[in-house]
Ligand binder design. Structure first.
Ligand SMILES: CCCCCCCCCCCCCC(=O)SCCNC(=O)CCNC(=O)[C@H](O)C(C)(C)COP(=O)(O)OP(=O)(O)OC[C@H]1O[C@@H](n2cnc3c(N)ncnc32)[C@H](O)[C@@H]1OP(=O)(O)O
Length: 211
């Protein structure tokens, strides 16, 4: 049982200024750092040690100088787009690769290699799952204001081109649609030059009872 909610964590935890400064030097991250009217940096809550046994994969196993030393998340400010088109469930249909709701920048080092100088596909799948999960959870908490933790029911990844290490990547995620407890999301992972490296589709299901 958790003794905190996602809303409490994302509101109280601090964004690391070192991480902001690190990515601020990279041209592909600058538009999101500069665009304070549309995007705000938010704590990547899974990277924080909450004093319990949650999130150990993200806050310990792959949080080191030779794995993923830096990760920085951004969320679109709720209400930043005036009257976006919505579907019958209120999902913002303007979302997509050009208008992602939740974004993560990651610096990826050789400690997550599979083949030489190449990030392991399983780690990329984990990055997709976590960023998509945070996107869904943020949308649930800040936009649709519904209850119920979300669990990954399915994640489909298409690998388009190897991700070299070391390198920095962006993971863009957005809501596609919602059917009752089922939340469908999509994502892209691109390199610093904007080349598409991998894509993902996921299904999260809202639990009927607390975790
Ligand atoms: C406190 C702070 C925490 C904050 C954390 C924020 C971080 C967030 C980041 C987290 C990121 C990391 C997160 C992680 O790593 S989560 C860890 C990895 N995931 C799991 O362990 C989940 C394991 N699976 C389950 O527990 C259950 O199967 C769930 C809960 C998912 C559904 O069991 P439940 O009994 O509730 O539902 P249901 O079986 O009645 O099905 C309901 C509907 O769903 C449809 N369906 C079901 N499965 C699938 C499927 N595979 N593909 C397609 N469809 C599927 C089904 O047909 C039905 O559709 P319909 O007939 O109604 O149309």
């Amino acid at each position: 049982m958790y003794n905190h909610t996602y809303k409490e964590l994302i509101t109280k935890l601090q964004v690391s200024q070192e991480d902001v400064d690190f990515f601020a030097n990279m041209p592909f991250a600058r538009p999101y750092i500069d665009n304070t009217s549309l995007y705000q940096p938010v704590p990547f809550v899974s990277r924080h040690d909450k004093g319990d046994l949650s999130d150990k994969f993200f806050n310990k196993a792959i949080n080191s100088h030779d794995t993923i030393p830096r990760a920085l998340a951004f969320m679109q400010r709720p209400g930043s787009l005036h009257s976006p088109p919505t579907d019958e469930n209120g999902i913002d249909l303007s979302q997509g690769a050009e208008n992602p709701f939740f974004i993560t920048f990651c610096q990826i080092e050789s400690g997550v290699n599979g083949y030489i100088d190449t990030a392991h596909g399983g780690v990329l799948a984990a990055l997709f799952d976590e960023t998509l999960g945070l996107c869904a959870e943020s949308y649930r908490v800040f936009v649709s204001e519904e209850g119920g933790h979300l669990l990954t029911a399915s994640l489909q990844v298409s690998y388009r081109s190897p991700v070299r290490t070391p390198s920095a990547v962006i993971i863009k995620t957005w809501m596609r649609r919602k059917e009752g407890r089922k939340w469908f999301l999509e994502a892209q992972l691109l390199d610093q030059d904007g080349l598409l490296k991998a894509e993902a589709k996921s299904l999260y299901i809202g639990l009927k009872s607390a975790l």
